[in-house]
Structures are given as structure tokens and as C-alpha cells.
Design a protein around this ligand. Structure first.
Ligand code: FAD
Length: 473
């Protein structure tokens, strides 16, 4: 029986983040993984989608290159070639991550882990055989798996989750219907409409409904311009097999009155939610779960069972890779303090950015003006538009904006919404400002480079003062 300070179940961003941090804090660490190193993010999530989206952007930009004197003549799109590159990216990063974990001194074990009780994990290898690991602490970072909507026909051939599109040779349907209005659904709609598929998007309420309303509205206009057919306030009723293809019947109230529509499709992608992967506890050993089946934890990421901790998507927080990494690192610091004694060498991350890799990109941090109003927080918001921004204009950026939300009394930045090129690279600025309580004056004193996308931040601050009613400091 091998003994470790910490046994981690899952090698995604949550598990890997915890493993690196725990090693840095001097713990002996073992990571158990039943599939590929890197978890959903590397193998079936962030990395493959962003590779497809990058290919889609390149294709669209080349098609639209005429204004820059770029004429590719008989432009040809070779989907299998893009998939080959996606697979190279994924396998190279997987290898690099495996090397980094081993170099950091983490013991890697391949197999399916089961928590037998505090301090004891069994591992079952695919080829048979059981290993028992002993640990001072156990961290569960087992992630989530895609959910299928239980509508009639959900199990027909041709109905897929994101896994089928992102693993192996992927899929390139001529007619693709995507169910969902969140980040995963819109990224697929954006990529496949650029590839040339006829994309239909079914959205339950509105696009990206957890973000500032104008983001969803603007994105909807852009997707429609790129040929995506969208049904809002739509409920999928059933999927049927018809003449070698699929027919999806939905009810939509998007244009007022409820009506029933049937959409033909070669493939249906269900991108409307993910299910927690908690099937890894021995009988009588499952910690307390939330109503939605995620694992509950206290302020130190410890579950209701002492010595068993949780991090990442499975903890039911924000389902993003960087949130999982931050949570894993924090959990490792809590575990190190519990196992070795001493102070906890990390704090819980306060501001987690949310990003969407459409073109232009979308990135948000903190709260929106509407959320501030709902919570009774006195706020003043400003919006910068890109009409006079040289960089955005020369790049032919589609419509976009930057919104900043300030606390009306302290004048500190409390929220930022970016809908512009490179938004995902600029958002850490807002994350830091919100975390540090940076005020409007401090931002006004910042000199932004010219020409740049981020120059419009200054316009958003001015607008918060002139139109948003932010008092001069
Ligand atoms: C299509 C798609 C696109 C995405 N794009 C982005 C993006 O651009 N940016 C972003 O921030 N987030 C994105 N995400 C979300 C991101 O992938 C997740 O938030 C992140 O992977 C969660 O990390 P995790 O470590 O909690 O879990 P996971 O990455 O899911 O890792 C969990 C690991 O645990 C393993 N495991 C489970 N049970 C056991 C067991 N019993 N024994 C051993 N191993 C086990 C699993 O095999 C898996 O490898 C995307 C997700 C999807 C599906």
C-alpha cells in the first residue's frame, strides 16, 4: 500500500492545479486519472474548441481578405486537416502536462479511483487489478460530463454531445442543430457557420443569459449575419429519424405567439448542461451533495467528510478551467495547512473572469449594471464604443463595446464587460482593478497605448462620468 500526503482524483485543471501547488508546499502527491491527462479542458473542452475556432477565424478572414488585398483564389477548406492539427495540439499539450507533473514530483496512476473512506482510495486499472493508496487527505476533482436532454429521440444516431465533436476525428455535418444558449453552444454555432455548415441554434431564453443583456443581443445579430438561424424562447420537443436524416420539432415563442417548427438536421448537438461525476464513493462514503448533485464543501474546500476535499467543476461553482485551477490551488493550500500545520498559503480567488471565444471575443468580470441594481448596490456605468477606435476600425472589427460599472460612492470598479477583439487578453486588467478596488481616477490616470483596442476603456470611464452620473472624485 503506497502512502501519500495527498491523493487527487482527476487530472483536469482542478486536479493539476492542486497537484502543482501541493508539491510546491512540500506535500507528497499522487494523481489518479481514468482517462487522458488534462481532463475535459485539454481533451474535450477549452483546447479543442479554441483550435476549431482559430481555424474558423482564419478561414473567414481569408474569405473576407479582399479589402486587405488578400485574394486566396480558389479557397479550399480541408476539415480533416484541421482535425489533424487539433489532435496534434491536444496530444502535444497532454504530453507536456504529463512531463510537467512528473518533473514536479507528482506520482501519476492510471485507473478508476474509488474513495473507500477518509485516507483510503482504491484504483482499478482498465486491464484489471486493484491498487490501494493511503493518504492524509483526498481531493476529488472529478469534473462533469455532458448531459443529454431526456426528450424523445435523444438516443438516436446523429444526436451528440460536445465530446463527439471534439474527440478523435470530430464531425462536420452539412446541417447542424445546436441546443443551448450558453458559451459552448455559441462557440460551436460560430465555428461551424464559418466552416460552411447550415447552423440552427435553439435557445431556451436568450443568448448568454447570465451576462450583460446587450452582449447576447449583439452576438445574436452577428450570428444571424453569418447565417445562423436562431430560435429564442425555444423548447425542443422531440427528434425523429426521417429519410436518412433527423427532424427536430421545437416550440418557440421568440416572435410572440407560440408556434411549432420542425428543423431538418444531419446532426444535433446537445450543449445544454453538464452532469457532476460523483459516482466514485464506496457505499456509505458519499459526502453531502447539493440539490443539483454537486459536492458541498466548507470555506476550506473540505466536504462533509473530514479529510476529503473537493475542487473544480464538481464543487458546483463556476464551470471554467481557470476557476477550477484557482480552486485546486486554494484547496491544496488548505490541505497543506491541515496536514503539515502552519498558515494557509493562499486565499480564495474573488474575481473570476468569464470568456467567450467568438469574433469579436467576449470577456466579463465582476457584476453588470443590472446585477448592481438588483442587489441594491449604488452604481454608475459607462460604455465605450469603437467607432473612433483606429485599431478596431483597421481590423474591421464588427460592432462591439466596453462597459465599466463603478460603485457610485467609492468610485471603485466593480464590473467590466468587454465585447471586442482580444477581450480575453484584456480582461485580467479588469480582474485586477476589481480585486484591488481601483477607482475611476486611477483608471483615468492610466495611459493606454495607441492604437489599441484597450484605448476604449478611457472612453467608457468618461461616459460613466458624463452619462452614467458618476460623481467627479
Ligand atoms: C466544449 C467545452 C469547451 C470549454 N471551453 C472552456 C474555455 O474555453 N475556457 C474555460 O475556462 N473553460 C472551458 N470549458 C470548461 C472546462 O473544460 C472545465 O471547467 C474544466 O475542465 C473543469 O476542470 P476540472 O478539473 O474540474 O474537471 P475536468 O477537466 O472534467 O477533469 C476531471 C478529470 O477527472 C477524471 N475522473 C473522473 N472520475 C474519476 C475517477 N473515478 N477516477 C479517476 N479519474 C477520474 C476525468 O477523467 C477527468 O479527466 C469548456 C468545457 C467544454 C465541455
Amino acid at each position: 500500500m503506497e502512502k501519500f500526503d495527498l491523493v487527487i482524483i482527476g487530472s483536469g485543471p482542478g486536479g493539476a492545479g492542486a497537484a502543482f501547488k501541493a508539491r510546491a508546499l512540500g506535500l507528497t502527491v499522487c494523481v489518479v486519472e481514468k482517462r487522458d491527462i488534462g481532463g475535459t479542458c485539454l481533451n474535450r473542452g477549452c483546447i479543442p474548441t479554441k483550435t476549431l475556432l482559430h481555424g474558423a477565424d482564419l478561414l473567414r478572414e481569408t474569405r473576407e481578405g479582399e479589402r486587405y488585398g488578400v485574394n486566396a483564389g480558389d479557397l479550399r477548406f480541408d476539415f480533416p486537416k484541421l482535425i489533424e492539427w487539433k489532435n496534434t495540439v491536444v496530444s502535444s499539450l497532454r504530453q507536456n502536462q504529463s512531463t510537467a507533473l512528473t518533473k514536479a514530483g507528482v506520482t501519476m496512476v492510471q485507473g478508476t479511483a474509488r474513495v473507500e473512506g477518509p485516507g483510503k482510495v482504491s484504483v482499478h486499472a482498465a486491464e484489471g487489478g486493484e491498487t490501494i493508496l493511503e493518504a492524509a487527505a483526498i481531493l476529488v476533482a472529478s469534473g462533469t460530463t455532458p448531459a443529454l436532454l431526456p426528450i424523445p429521440g435523444h438516443d438516436l444516431p446523429g444526436v451528440y454531445t460536445s465530446d463527439a465533436f471534439l474527440e478523435g476525428d470530430g464531425l462536420f455535418p452539412k446541417q447542424l442543430t445546436v441546443i443551448g444558449g450558453g458559451v459552448i453552444a455559441v462557440e460551436f454555432a460560430a465555428a461551424y457557420s464559418s466552416f460552411g455548415s447550415e447552423v440552427t441554434l435553439l435557445v431556451r431564453s436568450s443568448l448568454l443569459s447570465v451576462m450583460d443583456r446587450e452582449i447576447g443581443q449583439t452576438l445574436a445579430l452577428q450570428l444571424k449575419k453569418r447565417g445562423v438561424v436562431m430560435y429564442t424562447k425555444a423548447r425542443p420537443e422531440r427528434i425523429e429519424a426521417k429519410d436518412g436524416a433527423l427532424a427536430l420539432t421545437l416550440t418557440t415563442e421568440g416572435s410572440g405567439e407560440a408556434k411549432s417548427v420542425t428543423v431538418p438536421a444531419d446532426a444535433v448537438l446537445m450543449a445544454s448542461g453538464r452532469t457532476p461525476d460523483t459516482n466514485l464513493f464506496a457505499p456509505g462514503c458519499t459526502p453531502e451533495l447539493t440539490a443539483k448533485g454537486f459536492i458541498k464543501s466548507d470555506d476550506n474546500m473540505m466536504t462533509s467528510i473530514p479529510g476529503i476535499y473537493v475542487a473544480g467543476d464538481i464543487s458546483g461553482g463556476v464551470q471554467l478551467a481557470h476557476a477550477a485551477t484557482a480552486e485546486g490551488e486554494y484547496a491544496a493550500a488548505c490541505i497543506a495547512a491541515a496536514v503539515k500545520g502552519g498558515v494557509k498559503k493562499a486565499a480564495h480567488a474573488q474575481v473570476i473572469p468569464s470568456c467567450v471565444y467568438t469574433t469579436p471575443e467576449i470577456a466579463c468580470a465582476g457584476i453588470t449594471a443590472a446585477e448592481a441594481a438588483e442587489k441594491g448596490i449604488p452604481a454608475a456605468a459607462g460604455k465605450g464604443v469603437f467607432g473612433a477606435n483606429g485599431k478596431a476600425f483597421l481590423e474591421n472589427q464588427d460592432r462591439g463595446f466596453i462597459k465599466l460599472v463603478f460603485h457610485a460612492e467609492s468610485r471603485a470598479l466593480i464590473g467590466a464587460q468587454f465585447f471586442c477583439n482580444r477581450a480575453t487578453e484584456i480582461i485580467p486588467w479588469a480582474v485586477q482593478c476589481i480585486g484591488d478596488g481601483t477607482t475611476a481616477e486611477q483608471i483615468e490616470r492610466t495611459v493606454f497605448p495607441h492604437p489599441s483596442i484597450c484605448e476604449t476603456i478611457a472612453a467608457a470611464v468618461s461616459d460613466a462620468v458624463s452619462r452614467g452620473g458618476l460623481k467627479q472624485g
